[in-house]
Design a protein around this ligand. Structure first.
Ligand code: NAD
Length: 277
């Protein structure tokens, strides 16, 4: 059964990884797709081809979701190509670990700028276009288990992801009566690596998950398709009564307690001395 037949879906940061997994599953369910990224490469070409090989329309959009002009152009280009927008999946991110004492204003501005502010204003632009067409729609933000609990060096990433969970709660209220739902999907350990075709069977295996494996009740790493499945549900009529929620897709990891990869404080960091004494 195709759950998204004829829907028009824009997925950001989708040339590879989880975004590309969402692209493929949405196309399998009958959606036409806009693929966005800041990089056009072999991976982007493969993702575009995967949509076309399923007989669905694919449009490509080179745009930085952290840039206001790019966001407007991205939505305009998408609607020009597809006639309307039914689904937006905010997925793009460029992040790295940063110890709290080392966070710079540039680091904050960059991560918050594209992965929180960028998500909000893209969602706003998409919902305004959905309201113009009076056909409802679905906004999905890709959050993280980092929105619920802390790992070392994840302050800004955790704040951004927690902000997304809270954003959809307010969106659900402010969009009441429009037929538009807003939700988050919070992935756990998802193997989003670019792998050669002959190593695809290794995706999500113990090498990738490492010591976390024993803390994941499903006893495997997550796959991009695991996240895509939750997105299909939320974007389809099946998920129509789910609104303002964050659905965790982590193989049960958060239910399990102590994280496996907590690291000791690095030498020289505040607090490290006390531990060493
Ligand atoms: N992989 C995991 O284990 C995991 C866990 C929790 C949450 N997530 C979330 O899932 C989403 C996808 O993660 P992934 O692992 O597939 O990452 P990824 O790095 O494989 O893909 C992210 C894509 O976003 C693109 N991108 C970066 N900045 C951009 C910008 N400003 N504008 C447009 N595109 C941009 C990148 O070029 C890249 O192609 C992210 O929101 C991430 O926080 C991932």
């Amino acid at each position: 059964m195709k759950l998204l037949e004829g829907k028009k879906a824009l997925i950001t940061g989708s040339r590879r990884g989880i975004g590309a997994g969402i692209v493929r599953m949405f196309a399998e369910h009958g959606a036409d797709i806009g693929i966005n990224d800041v990089v056009r490469d072999h991976e982007a070409d493969r993702t575009i081809a995967s949509v076309e090989s399923l007989g669905r329309k694919a449009s490509w959009h080179l745009a930085d979701v952290g840039d206001a002009d790019d966001r407007t152009r991205l939505l305009d280009e998408f609607v020009d190509a597809h006639g309307r927008i039914d689904i937006l999946v905010n997925n793009a991110v460029a992040s790295r670990d940063m110890h709290f004492t080392k966070i710079t204003e540039e680091f904050w501005d960059h991560l918050v700028g594209h992965a929180l502010k960028g998500y909000l204003f893209l969602a706003q632009g998409a919902t305004n276009r959905m309201i113009e067409h009076s056909h409802g729609g679905s906004i999905i933000n890709i959050s993280s288990v980092h929105s619920y609990r802390a790992w070392p060096h994840d302050t800004v990433y955790g704040i951004v992801k927690a902000g997304l969970n809270r954003m959809v709660m307010s969106m659900a209220h402010d969009l009441a009566g429009t037929g538009i739902t807003a939700n988050c999907v919070a992935p756990g350990y998802i193997d989003s690596r670019v792998l050669p075709d002959d190593q695809e069977s290794n995706r999500g295996n113990a090498d990738y998950v490492g010591s976390a494996l024993g803390f994941i009740p499903n006893r495997r790493g997550g796959l991009p398709g695991d996240i895509a499945g939750a997105c299909v549900f939320l974007a389809s009529d099946l998920g129509n009564y789910v609104n303002g929620q964050t659905i965790t897709v982590d193989g049960g990891f958060l239910a399990g307690g102590v994280p496996p990869d907590s690291q000791p404080l690095e030498p020289g960091m505040p607090g490290a001395m006390e531990l060493e004494e």
